[in-house]
Design a protein. Structure first.
Length: 152
């Protein structure tokens, strides 16, 4: 009976060491994850010259050593009470076909008029701004469909 306890004890410690090693390696992996390949800032302009309702100015920095060919920007638009502005859907998705060289910036203004059925007389703000997909010049793709990498 004593040899059975010893055998069970060895199995127990093997399992404990395996579990510890598994969690340790996975936690190290989360620290070694890739960097977010961009920096993005945005602001809403309620008195835009290019839009009747409003526009968004985006400043995007390519943080990689590869040129960006295309990207998809996602954000949510809110009114002054913090309510979602759009009635058809809650977020705005903009496809951008602009090349951004490595470590360079793109600053561009986009009209948001196509996203409105009607406009409230209110000030709008944006939040949860992220890039969900980047196509690089070499054909590689970086994806973050729900912004989980950007907002961890």
């Amino acid at each position: 009976m004593n040899s059975l306890n010893c055998k069970s004890s060895k199995e127990f410690w093997k399992i404990v060491i395996f579990c510890f090693g598994f969690f340790f390696l996975n936690s190290c992996n989360s620290y070694a994850e890739e960097i977010i390949p961009y920096i993005i800032q945005g602001s809403i302009d309620m008195n835009s010259e290019i839009a009747d309702v409003c526009s968004v100015e985006l400043k995007i920095t390519n943080r990689t050593d590869k040129a960006i060919e295309k990207m998809t920007v996602v954000f949510y638009l809110f009114d002054s009470q913090g309510e979602v502005v759009l009635t058809e859907k809650s977020n705005i998705v903009i496809s951008i076909d602009e090349k951004i060289e490595p470590m360079e910036n793109l600053t561009k203004t986009y009209s948001l008029d196509p996203y409105f059925c009607y406009a409230k007389e209110d000030e709008y703000s944006l939040d949860y701004l992220y890039i969900s997909r980047i196509l690089f010049e070499d054909g590689s793709v970086w994806e973050d469909p729900f912004g989980m990498k950007s907002f961890r």
